[in-house]
Structure formats: structure tokens, C-alpha cells
Design a protein around this ligand. Structure first.
Ligand SMILES: [Zn+2]
Length: 236
């Protein structure tokens, strides 16, 4: 990327003798954006070469954290502007929590349609906020099809980055390296390949990029209570 910017600087200086040695941000931006786009595409390909697998390495996102600042600087429209609920947007209308965070050592929240059973199978699931898709894969078994999104909150008093995790999906509509908007459809409610009654298992984390983990446990380090976080960080 630095090489590309360097070449661009030479180009602008040569072709416009009246220009100063400085390259304006507006001129540099398309070059940087092209490099970031290329990088994001490569991350997407990387994931699609791997197969569904439950080995430990498969439970982690593949976009390194040190790339997040450049990505969000290049795409400031995808920096967080607040959070909505992931079903019945924006306020979870016609959905309820079948299992809260902390119940039975649950590390997430289970969102169900009011109709119960499998009536919500195939209902849309939305990103709770603007962000970067870092994981989109069928990891089988207890998790099923799972999407992970990193959200950047430069002005938040506690967290620069938080992560949302959407599990047991029926379909996944986005790929790794995609930038998404709050309320954008990312998949549909599923049953983890027939393992449960359909519902969305939603997790939120302030310690981002941990292993997918057990879904249940005594150790709540790194986890946020999704409803509490969303309600304290609404977009309005
Ligand atoms: Zn759950």
C-alpha cells in the first residue's frame, strides 16, 4: 500500500507542475481505497478456500486486528453510529428472548419469534451496527452457520472495538471482508442444521477475536450483555 501511495505521489507531481509537492487527501484516497479493497477481497478468498471444520484454528476470525484502523479510516461511513436489535429491526418487534445472558451460564441471548417453535425459521437477521465482517462460516455442530462482525466506536468511553456474533443461521448472506451497515440483512434465522428449534444465538464481546468459545460458561470475561449494550448505545 505504501508503495502504491508513493507511486501516486510521483504521478501527481509530474503531471501537474503547478501542484505543490503535497498530495491532497482527496487524490490519495482512491489509491488507498483500491489497496484496501484488494486486501478485503483476498481475505474473503482465504476463508472460502477452507472447509467447514471445528478445529481450533477454524474458530477465529482471519482479518488481523492491526488492519482495522486502516480499513475504517478508508471507509468512515462504516464506523459505528449506534446499535439496533438484530431481529424485528430496529426494536426487536415480534421477538422475545427465550434465554437471557447468564441463564444456565449462557454467554449470549437467544432471540425467538413470538410464534414459537420453528415459525421464525428463515426470518431475516440484521447487523446490529455498522462494521466489518470478519467471519462467515458453517462451523458445524453446536454453532452452525456463524457470522462475526467487528464494530469500531472511536468515541465510546470504554470500547474502541466491539464484536457481534450471530449463530445457528439458516443462510449467510455476506462474506468475510464485507463492510455492512446497521440494519443490513446478513442472513436468516436457523436451527443449526436441525439441532434446535429455530432461534438466533447472539453474542457481544468487548474482547474481540477470541475463539468462538463454548457458548456457555462461568467465565464471562470479554463478553457483553447484548441487550444492555444495545440499549445503552442506540443511534438516537
Ligand atoms: Zn444461545
Amino acid at each position: 500500500m505504501l508503495v502504491l501511495v508513493g507511486i501516486a505521489s510521483l504521478y501527481f507531481v509530474k503531471t501537474d507542475p503547478n501542484d505543490t509537492l503535497e498530495v491532497k487527501d482527496s487524490e490519495r484516497m482512491p489509491v488507498v481505497r483500491q489497496a484496501i479493497d484488494q486486501e478485503l477481497t483476498e481475505f474473503g478468498k482465504l476463508v472460502h478456500r477452507t472447509k467447514a471444520d471445528t478445529s481450533v484454528a477454524e474458530m477465529f476470525p482471519t482479518i488481523p486486528e492491526n488492519r482495522y484502523p486502516a480499513i475504517f479510516r478508508t471507509y468512515p461511513d462504516f464506523v459505528s453510529d449506534g446499535f439496533d436489535f438484530p431481529v424485528g429491526v430496529p426494536n426487536a418487534r415480534n421477538y422475545y428472548k427465550a434465554q437471557n445472558f447468564g441463564d444456565n451460564k449462557h454467554l449470549g441471548e437467544d432471540w425467538n419469534g413470538r410464534g414459537g417453535g420453528n415459525t421464525d425459521l428463515g426470518d431475516p437477521v440484521y447487523s446490529i451496527g455498522n462494521g466489518l465482517v470478519t467471519f462467515s462460516k458453517d462451523v458445524c455442530c453446536g454453532w452452525g452457520k456463524t457470522v462475526r462482525i467487528v464494530h469500531h466506536l472511536p468515541n465510546h468511553p470504554e470500547h474502541q472495538y466491539v464484536e457481534s456474533v450471530y449463530a445457528h443461521l439458516h443462510t449467510m448472506d455476506i462474506t468475510v471482508g464485507s463492510l455492512v451497515k446497521r440494519g443490513q440483512r446478513i442472513g436468516t434465522i436457523g436451527n443449526a442444521n436441525g439441532r434446535y428449534n429455530a432461534h438466533l444465538h447472539l453474542e457481544m464481546r468487548n474482547f474481540i477475536n477470541m475463539s468462538l468459545g463454548p457458548g456457555y460458561g462461568d467465565d464471562q470475561f470479554g463478553y457483553l450483555i447484548p441487550t444492555k449494550f444495545i440499549q445503552s448505545n442506540r443511534p438516537y
